[in-house]
Ligand binder design. Structure first.
Ligand code: BG6
Length: 517
């Protein structure tokens, strides 16, 4: 059994009273089982997140890690692989002592996820840990596998009674994305999951909700008297939500070509941003109160129909261009992408939340790979002032105020204001009023996965997606996916490294522009 203690704070953390790190609440002893433990997500995100939790002393005092994957290797090799992954991907340079404490008793079970003997070995391993400690640990099963294995693993956990809670221990199952590739599949998967688990045990993860700056939206909206009175159709003209990436699909063609941008980012991350932006204040911040409000927003979104999809959604694919100063090929030249693929690597949508607060306000969503730079932001544009009394060219530079919530890369909030240009004439131009996370708190935010793994261990599902929420997200995306899949013509192209396809401009009101990426 591993006992992981808090390490010395870094010099910066020690000096800065605003750095709180992750709260060190007592957490019930936990066995964490990662299915797909040798996969990419585990190496890049999960194992480094566990290390950083260990570094902060935020892991339960008694904690065991068990990896399950297909590759055949002894426990020692798994520990070596995990160590290497942490050294390569952790946001902190690992301290050898913490690393050793975290991994020295980690176990590894090789095998196929549909092989019952894997679950027999797993049961024995978990029971050994419980017996050694003299009481049952909580169990977290983290499904970081290809989606086809989600029902297979959940079914096997049920058959082997691994989801059963004994005495005072809890069992929770974290399920990665994508949760289904369409509405029907998501409904089937929910049914299969809820056949075995109670909804309170199912933790469907969307890592955007673990980002500090995404949660800051709730603080921004509900902890300030300044914004809420104007947060409605009377004052807001339109909203643009952008999740642009400069990278291509890398080596993920196998997954990405059957997913596309809409399933990969819009159905989950972008709709989550939309719900947090548009939801009513919850009565409390309990998991169900928050999720009830989010689901209401999703229900209020006007669903595209086969007749309206073309007016409300634009797909496109990156062609050759430039990435980080180098000439690059397009999507069709990527390894393992079929040469006639029409999968979209860019999607832009115009949505409307048809309720009292938002009716008539266009909400534009835009995401894409290989765009000019990586930026995730929400830009809320207010209505223009009703009358300008300035003379001559005084009004020329007046622009509607914007509130820009930036999640990546320079996390913070910017408000644009019209200000007088110094001088004898009354001329106006927009200036920025800025709050930057890095400057205000002098700290690096924890990775989303750190927060979410911690919440799963503590049993707080607020930042996880409920069954009705994931289905409501599919109700919005399904008609678009189906329509795009049925189209046989060529897909619009945009140059790699550019601002995206011109076709996306057609979604905007006349005279409006997409914000520069
Ligand atoms: C993942 C998508 O969910 O989110 C990736 O599958 C995408 O395609 C990634 O690159 C973006 O996440 P982040 O945190 O880098 O914005």
């Amino acid at each position: 059994m591993t006992t992981v203690g808090q390490q010395d704070k870094t010099e910066q953390e020690a000096k800065n009273p605003l750095v709180e790190g992750l709260e060190r609440l007592p957490v019930h002893p936990t066995n964490l089982v990662i299915f797909g433990a040798t996969g990419d997500l585990s190496k890049r995100k999960l194992l480094p997140a566990l290390y950083n939790l260990a570094h902060e002393g935020a892991l339960p005092e008694r904690f065991n890690l068990i990896g399950v994957s297909r590759s055949d290797m002894p426990h020692g090799d798994f520990r070596g692989m995990a160590k290497e992954a942490i050294e390569k991907f952790s946001r902190r340079k690992p301290d050898p002592k913490v690393l050793e404490e975290l991994l020295n008793e980690a176990k590894y079970i090789p095998g196929s996820f549909d092989d019952d003997s894997v679950y027999t070995t797993l049961t024995d391993t978990l029971e050994e840990f419980d017996e050694a400690a003299g009481h049952p640990f909580n169990r977290i099963f983290y499904l970081s596998t290809a989606p086809m294995f989600f029902p297979v693993i959940v079914g096997a956990l049920g058959r082997h009674k691994l989801e059963d809670t004994k005495d005072d221990n809890e069992v929770r199952v974290v399920i990665e994305k994508p949760f289904g590739t369409n509405l029907e599949e998501a409904q089937d998967l929910n049914e299969q999951v809820l056949d075995v688990l109670d909804e309170s045990q199912a933790y469907r993860i969307d890592h955007y909700l673990g980002k500090e700056t995404v949660q800051n939206m709730l603080a921004f909206r509900f902890a300030n008297g300044l914004f809420e009175p104007i947060w409605n159709r009377n004052f807001i003209d339109n909203v643009q939500i952008t999740a642009a990436e400069d990278i291509g699909i890398g080596s993920r063609a196998g997954y990405y070509d059957s997913a596309g941008a809409l399933r990969d980012l819009v159905q989950n991350h972008m709709l989550q941003l939309l719900t947090l932006l548009c939801m009513e204040p919850p009565v409390t911040f309990s998991a169900d109160d928050v999720r009830d409000e989010k689901v209401k927003v999703l229900h209020a979104v006007i669903k595209p129909t086969p007749e309206t999809v073309d007016r409300f959604a634009v797909p496109a694919q990156y062609g050759p261009g430039v990435d980080a100063g180098e000439d690059v090929g397009g999507y069709l030249q990527e390894d393992d992408v079929p040469e006639d693929s029409t999968t979209e690597t860019f999607a832009a949508l115009r949505l409307e939340v048809d309720n009292w607060r938002w009716a008539g306000v266009p909400i534009y969503l835009r995401t894409g790979k290989r765009l000019a730079r990586k930026v995730t932001e929400i830009a809320v544009t207010l209505k223009p002032v009703p009358h300008l009394a300035f003379q001559e060219d005084g009004s020329v530079g007046v622009k509607p105020n914007q509130i820009i919530l930036t999640m990546q890369p320079n996390e913070g909030v910017t408000i644009t204001l019209g200000a007088k240009i110094p001088g004898s004439r009354m001329r106006i131009r927009p200036v920025n009023m800025e709050f930057l996370y890095g400057t205000a708190f002098l700290s690096e935010s924890p990775e989303a996965y750190e927060r979410l793994i911690m919440d799963a261990m503590r049993g707080d599902a607020t930042l996880f997606t409920r069954n009705d929420e994931v289905e409501a997200q599919w109700h919005i995306c399904d008609p678009i996916v189906k329509n795009w899949e049925a189209q046989s013509g060529p897909i619009a192209q945009y140059e790699s490294g550019s601002q995206g396809p011109e076709e996306a401009d057609e979604l905007l009101e006349e005279g409006s522009h997409w914000r520069a990426i």
